[in-house]
Design a protein around this ligand. Structure first.
Ligand code: HPA
Ligand code: ZN
Length: 324
């Protein structure tokens, strides 16, 4: 099964670059930049990765991101992830980055974008892995701060394709960001948003109707709302689902309770993704294998999920046809 999954042409549509920071690179960059971390060893870092919910994880994720300071750091981080893509048969990726996690610490946005873009260009040229970057707003901050971030990023508007929305979901519904999403769409960007991870189905409705997103990130709680399920199926709205993330953050108590395959069999356009692979115990292939081990994912289902990931990507139709 592992070999079968490896050779499928796959796109990854939900992966936070800061969440691909492996403990080894984190320690290396902490040393290089003289950043104090509350860990002495890689093992200690790994032992700290026990989460009971999304906020637990986010606190550790932002702390880890503090070692990223220079253009070279952002490039090294992105390059390490792209090599994983190459090794796992990921032919195309649409990663997120969280500019505000860095600008809030005084790192200029151009340092972040230039570093990431450098590695993405190299990934295309040297590894044959194509990519479109997604600029994600932190939803626990204000819409004014999102606007300021978007304005600061606009001079680099050719380096990202879409805007997204992540961080603490509960208490920060989509409508909080209606204006800035309207502005981004008017400027020609695509839009995606995390919704229905910890938040209720109403947040998925809000992301669709108010933010007018092209895809929903996570969206697993849509399963609780039959009318919403019908809409997702009818309109073939993609959900970028992240199985290992969902069990690590206790969205599902165990993988055997995950509803991804039920959604797939009902005709929802679901895809498999790794979210924050360095924190949740695996990259894309490990996420597919977790479904195989706990839920008996079949080759036919794996093939369908891989095809969905290409279909749900922002690639032009001519490129999609090469992979499906
Ligand atoms: N949810 C919300 N915010 C995030 C996540 C996530 O899974 N990963 C990184 N930021
Ligand atoms: Zn995510």
């Amino acid at each position: 099964m592992q070999d079968f999954i490896h050779q499928l042409h796959k796109a990854e549509l939900h992966m936070h670059l800061e969440g691909s920071l492996e403990p080894e690179l984190m320690m290396q960059l902490a040393e290089r930049n003289s950043v104090q971390l509350p860990y002495q060893t890689v093992e200690e870092v790994r032992r700290a990765y026990q989460f009971s919910n999304l906020q637990d994880f986010l606190d550790i994720y932002y702390q880890g991101a503090s070692v990223l300071q220079t253009e070279e750091d952002f490039s090294d981080l992105t390059w390490a992830y792209l090599r994983k893509c190459k090794a796992q048969g990921v032919v195309h990726t649409e990663p997120f980055f969280d500019p505000q996690a860095h600008t809030q610490r005084g790192i200029p946005i151009e340092v972040v974008i230039r570093g990431i873009d450098h590695a993405l260009q190299r990934g295309k040229a040297e590894l044959g892995v194509s990519s479109y970057l997604i600029l994600s707003f932190l939803r626990h901050l204000s819409e004014e701060e999102a606007f300021a971030t978007f304005e600061a990023a606009l001079p680099f508007g050719d380096k990202f394709i879409a805007v997204g929305l992540d961080s603490s979901e509960l208490g920060h519904p989509p409508e909080k960001f209606q204006q800035v999403f309207a502005k981004a769409r008017a400027e020609g960007f695509k839009a995606v948003a995390h919704a229905g991870e910890e938040g209720p189905p109403s947040y998925v409705w809000g992301a669709l109707d108010l933010l007018k997103v092209d895809r929903i990130d996570h969206g697993v709680r849509a399963f609780e709302d039959e009318r919403l399920m019908q809409r997702l199926i009818q309109e073939q709205i993609p959900l970028t689902v992240c199985p290992l993330s969902n069990t690590r953050l206790k969205v599902f108590a165990e993988m055997r309770h995950h509803t991804l395959l039920e959604m797939l069999d009902r005709g929802v356009m679901v895809t498999v993704n790794s979210d924050d692979p360095a924190y949740f115990g695996g990259y894309l292939v490990e996420n597919f294998m977790a479904l195989h081990d706990a839920l008996d994912l079949t080759c036919e289902q794996a093939k369908q999920l891989a095809a969905n990931s290409i279909r749900a990507s922002f690639l032009p139709d001519s490129d999609k046809q090469k992979y499906i």
